[in-house]
Design a protein around this ligand. Structure first.
Ligand SMILES: NC(=O)c1ccc[n+]([C@@H]2O[C@H](COP(=O)([O-])OP(=O)(O)OC[C@H]3O[C@@H](n4cnc5c(N)ncnc54)[C@H](OP(=O)(O)O)[C@@H]3O)[C@@H](O)[C@H]2O)c1
Length: 265
């Protein structure tokens, strides 16, 4: 299937590992012109080398912490400098997740940090890149959220709260700009094998006096597909939405979760 992504200018944030790295690799495999972001230059360079060896596409780097407004501005400028005409065709907005815990476990500062990490970053990136997309009447905005927006996860109140806000933001942007060649969608990973999942399993194991391995087994048993997801399985959906293939899909939040979400819609 031709996704039409060859030569499209793409920024994937939070892309040195996990879901962001898998999305970047899959988009590069389609021939996209790629900029990748994360906070750690060393990790990002290592990921860029892997992508180049696998696909022949050499990603440009835009290093910085998207939860920090001044660093986010630098990331945006670096991305603009490294793509043709300073305009993106596709934005994949992603960062790490906030810490687990129940409501009273989190200080006011932790709430503010999660707001900056999940919501401010998504809004800031969209504010920076949507105008260029509108000028060319073509753009794809893709936000990595979580199954937590469909079915909140008890010990992830920070994630449940701010990802729901990102979902409302995305849906509104989608409604406003769908007639001008822009699509905006959220993709919602269930339990997917990344560093983040291992950390979550460790935290659950500590609470339950169990081991991370056992927690991961219990998670897999909860999933109708009977296994944890692979990052490339989320990346396939991102590629589909990013390409010409996704032209008539907008305002959606789609789980990639092996059936974990049990609701009808
Ligand atoms: N894996 C799952 O099962 C799952 C399920 C539902 C939702 N999610 C969510 O999906 C997102 C990606 O998950 P993941 O599993 O890929 O997480 P991950 O393995 O922790 O990877 C996160 C990536 O984001 C980068 N990053 C973290 N904070 C950043 C920041 N402030 N600014 C820029 N880059 C940042 C990290 O690189 P550096 O350290 O180099 O910055 C890394 O490349 C997270 O928000 C996570 O909560 C994951």
């Amino acid at each position: 299937m031709d996704t039409g992504l060859k030569g499209k200018r793409v920024l994937v944030t939070g892309a040195s590992s996990g879901l962001g790295a898998a999305a970047a690799l899959a988009l590069a495999a389609e021939g996209a012109e790629l900029v990748i972001n994360s906070r750690d230059r060393g990790k990002l360079e290592a990921t860029a080398s892997k992508i180049e060896s696998a696909t022949g596409v050499k990603p440009a780097l835009a290093v910085g912490d998207l939860a920090d407004q001044s660093q986010r501005v630098k990331v945006i400028l670096a991305a603009r400098e490294q793509v043709r005409e300073g305009v993106l065709d596709v934005l994949v907005s992603n960062t790490g997740g906030p810490p687990p815990g129940a409501f009273l476990d989190h200080s006011g500062e932790a709430w503010n940090n999660a707001d900056k990490l999940l919501l401010d970053s998504a809004i800031g990136l969209t504010r920076a890149f949507l105008p260029g997309m509108l000028e060319q009447s073509w753009g794809r905005l893709i936000y990595i959220t979580s199954i937590a927006v469909l079915q909140p996860v008890d010990e992830l109140i920070l994630s449940n709260t701010y990802r729901a806000a990102v979902t409302g933001f995305c849906k509104t942007v989608s409604n406003t700009y769908a007639g001008r060649g822009i699509t905006a969608n959220c993709v919602c990973p269930g339990y997917t094998a990344t560093e983040r999942l291992v950390n979550l399993a460790r935290s659950r194991a500590e609470q339950a006096g169990s081991t991370a391995e056992q927690v991961l087994k219990d998670m897999a048993a909860e999933i109708p597909a009977g296994r944890i997801g692979k990052p490339e399985e989320l990346a396939s959906l991102i590629v589909f939405l990013a390409g010409d293939t996704g032209a008539y899909i907008t305002g959606t939040s789609t789980p990639v979760d092996g059936g974990l979400y049990k609701g009808l819609l």
